[in-house]
Structures are given as structure tokens and as C-alpha cells.
Ligand binder design. Structure first.
Ligand SMILES: Cc1cc2nc3c(=O)[nH]c(=O)nc-3n(C[C@H](O)[C@H](O)[C@H](O)COP(=O)(O)OP(=O)(O)OC[C@H]3O[C@@H](n4cnc5c(N)ncnc54)[C@H](O)[C@@H]3O)c2cc1C
Length: 471
């Protein structure tokens, strides 16, 4: 039953909620089986585990509206979840209640190629949308590694390898349909390419991590597929050489579409677990999009710069098959590092800083990681100042875990001191909560005022995104 409803709910109302859910939805839209609760108790990469009281599978906006109205009435916590690939404990229902699994809302509703937009339900994944767009010459250019849903991507303001050229999810949202925490259906934004009307609610719900409402429909911007694509790769003796090179590449203003740094340890894991033959050296991977002449001249300039920076090896790639194999491997790099450490726990940073400060912050972060003695991997979307360090430790070694957490804190401090952020793309979830006040100061109180106005009963994904209020 709904005994595990925490202090949000009056336990006497648990039965009322289940009765209400049973009256509003089909039996196969509710699941309290141990396997379903266990499946919804955890996220991709976090040690917090808390099962919900019930998993609910809405199939329409009307279903979501009914569930939210009941949750509001019974003060039941609701945690939205879709592909569950977020990396900070975002979807763990720490307050119990309802795990609102949106995966059945997965229809592409409209493709309006003439207007460069598509309308989708929230569980459509970006690879599926791109598959549906294949014949149009357009694509949706945000590509986080996992097969994430567009609702989840909007909720974390996800980005990926192409953000340096096409922007992040927030830049590609035109409008949303949202069910508010009290069960009202509202529309934000619209279909026009630009608007100065009203407050920017689309942008507010984007990145809210399910703490302000449930996104039930998205209108997203599409971009033309590039006429020509060319890749380049430059390997260096050390990471410092890579970062100096990247800084020059970005500051040269060439039309970079992807700019990723992968260190020797990560290349080793990719070689071992994904079978891709690459030199085991810190390497910068570049991709250029444009017309044939512009990508050729950009790649020539990239090779010339690599030579100036004394690259150990530099080459160009034009074969589309080889390029997509390379980016598939890049997207699997995190899993390759996990496969290299079976049974170990990990934490992953995603700090982002201005590109001019990247070298110092990467160097300081690597030094902090080295002091922990933890196996460490560097993988970065460095073109937009964002990089990940993945640190592994035995899950039952409290001292090792504490050392890793302390280093994590040091890295965030370095990023903030450089004018950066604790999270360039993964979002706060539970993991970054200790750093939000340091990053935003009194602006956190304004964020709480917004949260309280939209969710006065505090039922939407409680315990995430904002640190506890200070009185
Ligand atoms: C291997 C790997 C690589 C990754 N690479 C990247 C990367 O390059 N860039 C990047 O940005 N991220 C990356 N991620 C993280 C992850 O893919 C993104 O955070 C993604 O946006 C999560 O989408 P999802 O559908 O899995 O959402 P979920 O994990 O299911 O949910 C994420 C958050 O959104 C909320 N939510 C979900 N759907 C809705 C909705 N419809 N309405 C309201 N709230 C909702 C949830 O409550 C939760 O707070 C990676 C993850 C993995 C495992």
C-alpha cells in the first residue's frame, strides 16, 4: 500500500490516492509490484535508492492532469521519469509517493519542415525524432550520450557534442505544454521563431528537473543537415597540449561543430571495450559542418594549428561511416570506463568554465583527482568549456569515497572561482545540491519564491534542484 508516503502525505490519504488513481486510470497504468518499485528506485549513477509507493504510466495529457490533481489534493510527492539516464539522482523518488513514468507518451505529433519545427510527446527520444526527420533534410542537434527523451532533455537543459555549434536544449525549444503541480494544463511559447510576449516560461520549465510541473508536449526547433561534414583528430603528448590546442581552435573562430577531448586512459577503455583502434594518447576530436569548401579550409587550418602545437599525430577524416563509428564510440565512452572497473562506484563531474580558463581548471581538477588515488578518466565537450572527470572507488570503502567527494568539492570551487558553473549540462539532482548556494547566493531565495508560487504544496520532485531554505 502507500505506507511509504513520508511526511508530505497524511497516511490516511494513501488509500484515497490509490482509490482515486484506480478510478481515473486503467489497471495496467498502475504498478506496485516489487520489481516495478525497485526499477524506479534508482537512477543511472547514484548511490541513493528509494522506491516510490506506486509507479503510474500516463498515456495522455489528460492522464497527467488527473494524476497531478489527485497528488495535489492528497499532498503526494510526484517524481517524473522518462529514459532515466540523468546522472545526479534526479529521478530517485527520495520522498516516496508516485514515480510518474512518462515512457508511454512517445508519439511524434507533427513535423512542420517548412517552419523548421516538430511537436512531440515528452518520451520521444532524440534518436527517434531524428529517424522520423530522415526524409526532411532537417535534424534535432542536441545529442547527449544516452538515448535520452526530449522531456528529460528539456528538464535538464541537456547538451552534447554538437552544442558548440547548435546550442543547448534551451536554445531549441519554441514552446511547451505543461501540467502544473495542481493539475492545470498551460501552454508556454508558441511556433513563431521569436517572441517578446509574456515571461519566458518555456525557459523557466527548461532545466527545472521536474520540480515545477510535468512537460507533456514540446515544440522544438530543427536545423538543416549540413551539406558537408569533415572530421579531424590531433593527439598530443599530454592533456595540457590538448587544451592549449583547443583554446586556439575555438579562438580562431573556425566553424567547429564538435570539439571533444579524450585522455589516454579513456582512449584505453574505448580501445579495450569498444574495439576502436585509436592511438593511446590524449586526443582532440573535431568535426566541421558547412559547405564543402568551408569544411575543407577549416580542417586544413585545424591541421596547421596542430602542427604549430607540436601534435604527436594529426589527421583528417571524411568517410561518413568512420565518423559515425567514432562518435558512437565517444557516446559510449562513459560505459567503457565503467566496464574497465567492474563492481566499482563512480562520480562524474560536469563543470563548465569560460574557454580561456579551461587549461587552469582542468589542470587543477586533475591534480585534485590525483591526490585521491582514484582511477580517473577525462572526457570533455571542451569546445564549450565543459568537461567530465569520472572517478572510481570501491563502494564499500568509506575513506576512498570521502576523498573523492572532497576532490569533487575542490573541482567545483575551482570552476566557480573561474566564473564557471558546477554543472554545465547534467543538472543538480541530488548530487550538486551542496554547491548551489555557493554558485547562486541570494538568487536561491528568488528560485524558492518561484518554486513556492508554482508548487505551494512542494509535491513536484521534492528534495532536488534547490538546497534547503535558510531561515
Ligand atoms: C552515457 C551517458 C552519457 C550522457 N551524456 C550526456 C551529455 O553529453 N550531455 C548531457 O546533457 N547529458 C548527458 N547525460 C545525462 C542524461 O542523458 C541527460 O541528463 C538527459 O537529459 C536525461 O534525459 P532522460 O530522458 O533520461 O531523463 P530522466 O533521467 O528520466 O529525467 C531527468 C530529469 O527530468 C525530469 N523529467 C523527465 N521527464 C520529464 C517531463 N516530461 N516533465 C518534467 N520533468 C521531467 C526528471 O524528474 C528528472 O529530474 C548522459 C548520460 C549517460 C548515461
Amino acid at each position: 500500500m502507500l505506507g511509504d508516503m513520508n511526511d508530505h502525505a497524511d497516511p490516511r490519504e494513501g488509500a484515497g490516492l490509490l482509490d482515486g488513481l484506480t478510478a481515473s486510470l486503467r489497471p495496467d497504468q498502475l504498478d506496485t509490484s516489487p520489481s516495478a518499485l525497485d526499477l524506479h528506485a534508482r537512477g543511472e549513477s547514484w548511490d541513493a535508492v528509494q522506491p516510490p509507493a506506486v509507479v503510474v504510466y500516463p498515456e495522455s495529457t489528460a492522464d497527467v492532469r488527473r494524476v497531478m490533481a489527485l497528488a495535489h489534493e492528497t499532498r503526494t510527492p510526484v517524481t517524473p521519469v522518462a529514459a532515466n539516464s540523468s546522472l545526479g539522482g534526479h529521478t530517485v523518488p527520495v520522498a516516496g509517493g508516485i514515480s510518474l513514468d512518462l515512457t508511454r507518451m512517445d508519439r511524434v505529433l507533427e513535423i512542420a519542415a517548412d517552419d523548421f519545427l516538430a511537436v512531440v510527446q515528452p518520451a520521444v527520444t532524440y534518436p527517434r525524432l531524428n529517424e522520423a526527420l530522415r526524409a526532411t533534410g532537417l535534424f534535432f542537434p542536441v545529442d547527449p550520450g544516452a538515448e535520452a527523451s526530449l522531456g528529460g532533455m528539456a528538464s535538464t537543459n541537456a547538451s552534447g557534442t554538437l552544442a558548440v555549434r547548435y546550442g543547448v536544449t534551451r536554445d531549441l525549444l519554441l514552446g511547451l505544454e505543461v501540467v502544473t503541480p495542481s493539475g492545470r494544463v498551460i501552454r508556454t511559447g508558441g511556433r513563431a521563431p521569436k517572441s517578446s510576449s509574456g515571461y519566458a516560461l518555456t525557459q523557466l520549465f527548461c532545466g527545472a528537473e521536474g520540480t515545477l510541473g510535468v512537460i507533456t508536449e514540446l515544440t522544438v526547433r530543427l536545423v538543416p543537415r549540413p551539406e558537408a561534414v569533415m572530421g579531424a583528430r590531433a593527439a598530443f603528448a599530454d592533456v595540457r597540449g590538448c587544451v592549449a590546442y583547443v583554446t586556439d581552435v575555438i579562438q580562431s573562430g573556425m566553424p567547429v561543430a564538435r570539439c571533444e577531448l579524450v585522455d589516454a586512459a579513456t582512449i584505453g577503455a574505448i580501445r579495450q571495450h569498444l574495439g576502436l583502434e585509436l592511438p593511446a594518447l590524449p586526443t582532440v576530436f573535431l568535426e566541421f559542418h558547412g559547405d564543402a569548401a568551408s569544411v575543407r579550409s577549416a580542417s586544413e587550418l585545424a591541421l596547421a594549428l596542430a602542427e604549430e602545437h607540436a601534435a604527436t599525430e594529426a589527421s583528417r577524416a571524411t568517410d561518413p561511416e568512420a565518423l559515425s563509428a567514432l562518435w558512437r564510440a565517444r557516446h559510449q565512452a562513459y560505459y567503457a570506463t565503467i566496464a574497465a572497473h567492474p563492481g566499482m562506484a563512480n562520480v562524474i563531474t560536469d563543470i563548465a568554465v569560460p574557454v580561456s580558463r579551461l587549461a587552469g581548471v582542468i589542470e587543477g581538477s586533475l591534480a585534485a583527482a590525483e591526490r585521491t588515488g582514484a582511477p580517473t578518466y577525462l572526457i570533455g565537450h571542451v569546445g564549450d568549456g565543459n568537461f567530465h572527470l569520472v572517478l572510481f572507488f570501491p563502494p564499500d570503502d568509506g575513506a576512498a569515497h570521502a576523498r573523492v567527494e572532497a576532490a569533487y568539492g575542490e573541482m567545483v570551487e575551482l570552476a566557480l572561482a573561474a566564473g564557471g558553473t558546477s554543472t554545465g549540462e547534467h543538472g543538480v539532482g541530488l548530487r550538486k545540491l551542496p554547491y548551489v548556494r555557493a554558485e547562486h547566493g541570494d538568487a536561491v531565495d528568488v528560485m524558492w519564491a518561484i518554486k513556492d508560487a508554482l508548487d505551494p504544496r512542494g509535491i513536484m520532485n521534492p528534495g532536488k534542484k534547490l538546497p534547503a531554505k535558510v531561515n
